[in-house]
Write a protein that binds this ligand. Sequence first.
Ligand code: T5A
Length: 214
Amino acid sequence: MRGRFITLEGIEGVGKTTQVATVRATLEALGRRFHGTREPGGTPLAEDIRALVLAPRIEPVPGSAELLLMFAARAVHVANLIEPTLAAGQDVVCDRFTDATYAYQGGGRGVPAAAVAALEAITHGGLQPDLTLLLDAPPALALQRANRRSAADRFEAETLAFFERVRAAYLARAVAEPQRFVVVDAAQPLAAVSAAVARAVQTAVVTWTHGPVP
Ligand code: T5A
């Protein structure tokens, strides 16, 4: 049986990487096989593109160039890792996917959504996440968490207003596609966020296995 595709989304520092472990533990407790990955990245070539696109630069990087680099990495990732892993019956849990492009290049940089949609159709027309966990928190709080760690990459150096636009774009996508999005309040303490993530994954697995709960 084909695996399921689960994505984690949200602005920097909301706890996506931390919550991959919760998703893994929940899936494995339910007897499912897990493969974790991330975007941009996930394969050697896609990780090379990640390094190019995240590195701080003096030269301006237009939103259109970011858009093309994100989808170049994604095309490799989908073809070489995501699709074969799903076909082999493993669940793929991805730290960011195309919703991030709508949010960052679309909401953040102002690239038209139609341009994102056109590249989405070329890159993974038939593949959409079965479940998207949107971890939502005010940018001031999330960036404070993110900044406790290593030096800022090119995105982390952006303004609070940029992250407010990215957050709004994410929330608009969750409203537009409620069948696959679960919005989790990521401002809560870690244990509460983990519990909400585990519940969302359990509910999704029950639905995939037995159909919608009446
Ligand atoms: N990008 C990506 C695009 O522009 N377009 C695209 O299409 C794609 C795919 C990727 C960058 O690329 C951009 C978006 C990004 O800017 P990244 O490093 O992969 O960069 O992603 P980040 O979001 O930057 O990853 P972070 O590691 O910063 O954020 P996370 O994963 O959300 O947060 P996490 O889990 O590392 O947690 C941050 C800190 O907070 C603590 C953790 O312990 C950690 O110290 N924490 C909490 N503390 C208190 N309460 C909680 N509930 C907590 N949860 C976590």
